[in-house]
Design a protein around this ligand. Sequence first.
Ligand code: HEM
Length: 155
Amino acid sequence: MELSSVLWCVVLLGMTLAYGITLYGVHAAKRHEVASHGRRMIVSCTLVGIWLVAYLTKQMFFGRDQFGGTSQEYWTLYVPVLAVHTSLAITTIGLGLTNMTIGLRRLRYGIGAGAMVAGVTRHRVLGRWMQWTFGGTILTAYVVYGMLFHWFPAQ
Ligand code: HEM
């Protein structure tokens, strides 16, 4: 197995783990366990942060991975999936950062009486959206990995 393929596997498993922790954190929020919800979200966001730094470093030093299919397959399959994947990833990062900020700044001590003022409604809505965009990001990442290393590997 090539080094870049091994690295991709590590990254995918790390992201899947971060997603699992996010779902576990949302489960805690549904049970109103604010402290463990906050801790789990901080752990999953830290994992995503580490991934981002590693990914940007890898892009800077090694460049993009090569797609081995035909030009038609590149434009009709690879580029659309990559575009959806990138959009979902950017949306997830934006939603995650916004929600982490709301959580840490306003909800750290629970929702109490001023729940609306504290922004918990917005936090819940954005958080629920984030679960889906994060899930879509992981799913499309597996498809991109499959295309680069299994279905259309570069020679
Ligand atoms: C990226 C980070 C975060 C995400 C994606 C997120 C997501 C969510 C979601 C989806 C819910 C609603 C759960 C439901 O009722 O279905 C929620 C509720 C909540 N979150 Fe977060 N959250 C994050 C970070 C935090 C942090 C750091 C804190 C503060 C320590 C926090 C405090 C709360 C509180 C107080 C609630 C309401 C819980 C209740 O109903 O009693 N969140 N969050």
